[in-house]
Design a protein around this ligand. Structure first.
Ligand code: NAD
Ligand code: ZN
Ligand code: ZN
Length: 386
């Protein structure tokens, strides 16, 4: 089958690889109809992780079940499904408590709980930027979707970024009527803003410097804040009578940078602590890592992010972190899409064939104007033939 393979930093290509197949009794084989490129893929693309050469990337997958193992009873061949990016066993302590993003059984890496498709340190599983994907524990993991092709562009957000954005607001313990500040207007930040509005926020501020992404935030009714205009903290305080937002979401991650592009891994955490009021919550879904040899500060090379913990404590704030447990939210978010209450596809900028993926990685990595979210359809011919 054809798949998008990681060869090394800034080098991915579409190659023939061995077919994905049912390997265990609880596996399903999914024919991919849509798979997205994610900001998380860029951590690997830019060589900022220890991902192995030859890995098939892609953790935002949906498609049609092609085959199931003998142990699969709920999911049937022909079902249209969304595949959560987390690979969960469904029976370990963390899975049973709803933390499928920290499954204790699916990741054999020493000291790591939680597995994912096509991802550094998240187990030996190949990704779905390919024609087919092997899904372990299919009855546990797969979310059934209505048959047909309706809402494909919305449903494809259920594998990761819509639940992840929602999780950010949940970790921040957002309540109806809250004023919410979201740092990062990438796909995850835009989904956090969409979620916050659905959850009844009084106002949502979205901070970034990318004009096209800020325009998308404004298009759904959020208040864009361009951090190149003035200090984003001052802008939020000015708009909230000096008190700050009620809660905030971090949707940037460890490559947070200033307007020149210089990385400051503590910058967004510091800004959130200042821009959120006393006792407010901060949901951190942007990724931070224990090892980052190319980090801008000595501490951050070993995961030590020097943010203003003193002010955080003094303000009595709370923080939640980590990969999102997609299964906890995806069923309800699917139904919000079906009833028309949610339409996460507003951020889609490109729909391409798999052969276009290397080119799309280049554009998305440079945050080129207009490249907000790329969907790949492995069954579709390349648009550019690159
Ligand atoms: P992205 O890289 O496309 O978006 C990040 C945005 O942050 C960019 O638009 C960038 O301009 C902006 N930014 C950079 N520095 C900033 C600053 N100082 N202030 C405000 N904005 C700033 O990525 P994405 O796909 O939106 O993902 C965002 C983060 O979420 C990444 O770290 C990704 O790995 C992570 N993620 C986490 C989960 C999870 O389960 N926790 C799931 C998916 C993605
Ligand atoms: Zn993702
Ligand atoms: Zn588990």
């Amino acid at each position: 089958m054809k798949a998008l393979v990681y060869n090394g930093p800034f080098d991915v290509s579409v190659q023939e690889v061995p077919d994905a197949r049912v390997e265990q009794p609880n596996d399903a084989l999914v024919r991919i109809t849509t798979t997205n490129i994610c900001g998380s893929d860029l951590h690997m693309y830019e060589g900022r992780t220890a991902v192995e050469q030859g890995k098939v990337l892609g953790h935002e997958n949906m498609g049609i079940v092609e085959e199931v193992g003998p142990g699969v009873t709920r999911i049937k061949v022909g079902d249209r499904v969304s595949v959560p990016f987390n690979i969960a066993c469904g029976t370990c302590r963390n899975c049973r408590e709803g933390w499928t993003s920290f499954c204790t059984r699916t990741n054999p890496t020493e000291g790591m709980d939680g597995a994912a498709y096509g991802y550094a340190n998240m187990g030996p599983y190949d990704g779905g930027q390919a024609e087919y994907l092997r899904v372990p524990f299919a009855d546990t993991n797969l979310l059934r979707l209505p048959p047909g092709t309706e809402h494909e562009r919305d449903f494809t957000m259920l594998s990761d970024i819509f639940p992840t954005g929602w999780h950010g607001t949940e970790l921040a313990r957002q309540r109806p009527g809250d004023r919410v500040v979201v740092f990062g207007a990438g796909p995850v930040g835009l989904m956090a803003a969409h979620s916050a509005l659905i959850r009844g926020a009084a106002q949502v501020f979205v901070v970034d410097q990318q004009a096209d992404r800020l325009a998308l935030a404004a298009s759904i009714g959020a208040t864009p804040i361009d951090f190149t205009d003035a200090d984003p903290v001052e802008q939020v305080l000015d708009a909230t009578d000096g008190r700050g937002a009620d809660c905030g979401v971090e949707a940037v991650g460890y490559q947070a940078h200033d307007h020149t592009g210089q990385e400051h891994p503590e910058l967004v955490l510091d800004n959130l602590i200042k821009a959120v009021r006393t006792t407010g919550g901060i949901g951190v879904v942007g990724v931070y890592v224990p090892e980052d040899p190319d980090a801008a500060t000595e501490g951050a090379k070993e995961g030590r992010i020097g943010f203003d913990y003193g002010t955080f404590f003094t303000k009595g704030q709370h923080m939640g972190t980590g990969q999102a447990p997609v299964l906890r939210y995806n069923r309800q978010l699917r139904d919000l899409i079906i009833t028309g209450r949610a339409n996460p596809s507003f951020l889609v900028s490109h729909e391409l064939g798999l052969d276009d993926a290397p080119d799309a990685y280049r554009h998305f990595d440079k945050r080129d104007e207009g490249w907000t979210k790329v969907l790949l359809h492995p069954g579709q011919k390349a648009a550019t033939g690159s």
